[in-house]
Design a protein around this ligand. Structure first.
Ligand code: AMP
Length: 307
């Protein structure tokens, strides 16, 4: 089983204690999902498609990708650009983020349509997000959506997390339109209710699920923080309980790791209910540690035994 994740990975500066001391990391929503998927499903081939520069930081990022067990063979290089960057600032324990990504190499990830089509043809599952769509220029966004649509018609399984980030879009309307275009070409939609309620005024998680089903998704899995996960599949509703943690540390990458759990289950042929339970376990472990990419104990990664 081959899973292709498409999007942007950024350099990440994490404060280490001293007011001017930082540790370099690499993260980004679709990359985080690829990273957790490579860990939770070692027999699945996980590939990451993006564009980086040909400078030292880009080489470090590509090496990190490879060393994480993610295939880097589809990463293109743009000689005039480099990777995006974000910096985490801490003020009395509160984290805030500053981004330098408006001219990142990843914005060109849909420029080579032949490369995109070939990558999708070689995959069984294709995963992208609303952030993947947000960073692209209009032409690139259309190219990506069209390529995904063709891939779906050719029998590929398409998974999409709307990952709504109004600040990355010119307007709320532009975001809503593009997100629903993404929804129309996916099989599995993985929205987070809090964001959806804020941006689409959905009164309930079920209303969110219904909107994605109406757009064309077959399966909708609505994350809802510490609330139950709502699943709509084959015309049937179900709920998966979430066991809230008592020691919530950092929700960064909660949704990304959850998506990895769902994809790991799908790749192993597990029923959706089991995949969702595994995804909840994985995300539960992630929110108890600081940072996007955190070490996970082996017993959290054994979907086989749980299905
Ligand atoms: P979200 O995108 O915030 O809805 O969260 C994604 C997933 O992370 C949820 O569906 C849960 O599985 C998990 N999660 C988030 N917050 C908590 C929490 N407080 N306790 C346990 N799991 C959580």
């Amino acid at each position: 089983m081959r899973v292709l994740c498409i999007g942007e990975c950024m350099a990440e500066m994490v404060p280490t204690g001293g007011s001017q001391d930082y540790r370099l990391g690499f993260a980004g929503d679709t990359f985080n999902t690829a990273w957790y998927l490579a860990r939770s499903a070692p027999r699945v081939q996980v590939s990451y498609l993006t564009v980086v520069g040909d400078d030292a930081i880009s080489a470090q990022m590509t090496k990190f990708t490879r060393d994480s067990g993610i295939d880097d063979g589809l990463i293109r290089t743009s000689p005039d650009k480099t990777v995006g960057l974000y910096m985490i600032s801490l003020d009395k324990g509160e984290r805030s983020f500053s981004y330098w990504r408006s001219d990142s190499a990843a914005r060109a990830l849909a420029d080579d349509v032949d490369h995109l089509r070939k990558a999708m043809a070689d995959a069984d599952v294709i995963y992208f997000s609303g952030i993947t769509l947000a960073i692209l220029p209009d032409a690139g966004r259309s190219t990506l959506i069209d390529a995904v649509k063709e891939a779906r018609a050719a029998g590929k399984e398409i998974a999409f997390d709307p990952n709504l980030r109004p600040r990355l879009w010119a307007s709320m309307d532009a975001m809503r339109d593009a997100i629903m275009e993404g929804a129309a070409v996916c099989d599995i939609a993985l929205p987070s209710y809090e964001d959806e309620a804020h941006c689409f005024d959905d009164p309930t998680p079920q209303a969110t699920a219904r909107r994605y089903v109406d757009a064309g998704a077959d399966t909708v899995i609505v994350k809802n923080g510490s609330g139950a996960v709502i699943v709509f599949e084959d015309g049937t509703w179900s709920e998966s309980p979430v066991h809230p943690v008592t020691d919530l540390v950092d929700t960064t990458a909660a949704g990304d790791s959850f998506n990895a759990g769902v994809l790991a289950g799908y790749a192993k042929g597990a029923p959706t209910q089991s995949s969702v339970a595994f995804a909840c376990n994985l995300a539960r472990a992630v929110v108890q540690q600081r940072g996007a990419l955190v070490p996970i104990a082996a017993d959290e990664l054994t979907l086989d035994e749980k299905t």
